[in-house]
Design a protein. Structure first.
Ligand code: NAP
Length: 305
């Protein structure tokens, strides 16, 4: 099986050994005749000359396996007719769970209030988790992992997704109930993909539905939030925003988020695909493709995720 590593060169050293170990029967190549490849392993940033990848010559390829969970940069490529699979990696979900729990606990416990300023703030005892409502927007692989962990700590968790597909032990509100989901969110955790349906979803009106003092944690995609509306909301009662993703990345040095006292910026580090675990997922999909079996984590091209 010949597979093209259609990813930026800097990823080769980390991925080639892991993919080779997970799929010894594969010949992983950095270039070659497109018509000779059975599959592609893809990551954004390829080709590195900034052009858009033309999938047309890959006439034999049976699958394009993304190394990223978010596929917005490739899903609309009109030349892509091969099946596209996104990455669902146990390591990714664990990383996201830790990131969201960490920042949610910081907001819940009000950790920032305890400055080294000599003031004994003993009246500021935080409530127990059972007294705190958290809403998770997006109840997919990542949202479910985060919501379940929050529930395990005792938080009152509400999920929201387009379908409202049930998740054991958690109330999941469907699409039209977004206002209710937002109105409950003392802490709002956003884990939605970038699609036409989610772009700009958190606009001025929807941000105004959050309880006063709420914290917004966005680790999905930056396109979800109207950034100017968020800045205005922070001036008008919204408590804090922890942002890992942005409309433009890297976040420009002069962006107001960097110096805003109610904003925490993290540089798109909330969860990374871990080659050790993700290579196994990719290998399984490559084998399935070669055997003509149903693929894992197939992207629905119409929905865009
Ligand atoms: P997933 O399994 O595909 O789940 C997506 C969830 O979003 C589903 O619950 C889906 O609801 C919901 N959804 C999609 N469009 C919607 C809409 N218009 N309205 C309401 N709900 C909608 O995705 P995932 O693996 O959890 O990953 C989520 C996103 O996280 C990825 O797409 C990626 O962009 C981002 N991410 C970020 C990082 C990082 O480092 N910051 C790392 C990994 C992933 P349905 O039930 O209706 O399908």
């Amino acid at each position: 099986m010949r597979v093209l590593f259609a990813a930026p060169a800097r990823l080769w050293d980390a991925w080639a050994p892991a993919l080779g170990a997970a799929c010894p029967e594969m010949q992983l190549c950095r270039d070659g005749d497109p018509a000779g490849f059975d599959a592609l392993i893809y990551a954004p940033g390829y080709p590195e000359d900034g052009t858009t990848l033309d999938f047309t010559p890959f006439t034999r390829a049976r699958v394009v396996q993304s190394l990223w969970a978010g596929v917005e940069r490739i899903v609309t490529n009109p030349t892509l007719t091969q099946p596209l699979c996104r990455m669902v990696d146990p390591g990714l979900a664990l990383g996201m769970r830790e990131y969201c729990l960490g920042w949610a606990l910081r907001a819940h416990l009000g950790m920032d209030r305890y400055a080294q300023d000599g003031i004994w703030r003993s009246h500021l005892t935080p409530p127990l988790a059972a007294g705190r409502s958290v809403t998770v927007l997006g109840m997919g692989e990542l949202g479910r992992a985060v919501a379940s962990a929050l529930m395990g700590l005792g938080f009152r968790v509400t999920g929201w997704s387009g379908s409202g597909r049930p998740v054991r032990g958690i109330e999941v509100l469907p699409g039209p109930h977004l206002p209710e989901a937002l109105s409950r969110a003392e802490i709002l955790i956003c884990l939605l993909p970038d699609t036409p349906g989610t772009r700009g979803l958190l606009d001025r009106d929807r941000l105004a539905m959050l309880p006063r003092g709420a914290t917004v944690i966005n680790a999905g995609r930056g396109t979800l939030i109207d950034e100017q509306a968020l800045l205005a909301a922070l001036d008008n009662g919204l408590g804090h925003a922890v942002l890992d993703v942005f409309q433009t990345e890297p976040l420009p040095p002069d962006h107001p988020f960097w110096s805003h006292p109610q904003v925490t910026v993290t540089p798109h580090v909330s969860a990374e695909t871990r080659p050790e675990s993700a290579a196994t997922v990719a290998a399984e999909n490559l084998r399935r493709a070669m055997r003509g079996e149903p693929l894992l984590h197939l992207v629905d091209r119409a929905r865009g995720y």
